[in-house]
Design a protein around this ligand. Sequence first.
Ligand code: HEM
Length: 402
Amino acid sequence: MDDRITLAREWTLSDDPRASICPFRAAARLHDGPDIFFKTGEVHVRDAGLGGNWVVTRHALQEEILLDPARFSSHLAIGFSKLAGDSWPLVPLELDPPEHTLYRKVIAPWFTPAKARELSGEIRALAARLIEGFRRHGAVEFVTAFGQPYPITVFLLMMGLAVEQMPIFLNWEEELLRGETMEIRGAAAIGIKSYLLDLIAQRRRAPGEDIISYLLAYRLDGAPIPDDRLMGLCFMLFAGGLDTVASSLGFIFRELALRPDLQDALRNDLGIIPAATDEFLRAFSVVNTFRYATCDMVFHGVQLNKGDLIQLPLGLASRDGKMHAAPHTIDFSRASKRSLAFSTGPHTCAGMHLARTEIRIALEEWIKHVPSWRISDPTQITTATESVWALHSLPLVWPPAS
Ligand code: HEM
């Protein structure tokens, strides 16, 4: 019998009340079932019309897929351009090697550890400024006051855009990723695309020190980067670095609000914040990514057909007991915090040094300037469990400054 029938099951975290408390723990229940199953009941923009997609639940199997782009392609697997009615790939994420390798080299200078260090002064100033805006109030809704504006402003910095543009991007980001209908998501994709097209045209006329001007000046074998690849690159920078950082921060700051002992550990020794960042990223791996099978194959006993869509919830790899002892426990001194939070293989997150820097600095500035924070009203916390797992809101309180 077809494996898609024998291994079929409905899985929607959005209907699961346990997921609103912790999508990671709720999803980890899947580890009681098969390592690969066929998810039915939800339609994705990238769905190939097969009535569902495969879901891979174990770290080892996800890793095997991510390391093998020849059998598991990421070409158009995320699907933002399809939402905008186009077919350009996100660059480099939706390109397979060897073209992928070419574009990784193009963006590499902007994503080195040295570049992240260079930006860290401005990132710290930004974090401090945001915190100063609400510190005295003794209360804040974390997601809108910090989690979202912080990475968006870092993105604006790289793009050479004014901070005043932030609300536009905030709105588009929310609608693109979590718009209730495909129409809303499509309209956001079109809005972002036309904004980026205008911006590219402006930078062509008047280049600056920003990443778009750099891309426009870049020559591949003497030729400029083609327009569709340029769009894919710019869209990638928007889509890659905003919601991922915001969502990770949301779960991290909620965990700290629930665990004063963890806050104390960081307050007592700021030096453990880099290790804490890695452990938090392991425990709260927010990205769901996708691949297409490039050929018919039997993968760990399951018949996959060419064109099948495969979902990799990286948060499931993080909570896999076969990979990590006590996977739900936050342990800053855990021997191996190696995870798939930033993926692995050719598509390993290009922005990971920047992302780690943003998270580390956010933790340092909060720990230094905000006294012990708690959740004010747990009923106000809502989670989103679409492509990136996230918190919609996180109301925090702390003793106000006298
Ligand atoms: C905590 C924050 C972040 C997380 C968890 C994260 C996660 C990921 C993951 C899982 C992938 C690969 C997906 C796949 O293999 O299909 C990826 C790719 C990528 N990310 Fe990030 N990311 C974060 C922040 C950033 C930032 C700040 C940037 C910078 C703008 C960025 C830029 C990219 C790029 C350019 C790629 C494509 C790499 C390639 O295809 O070669 N990311 N990210």
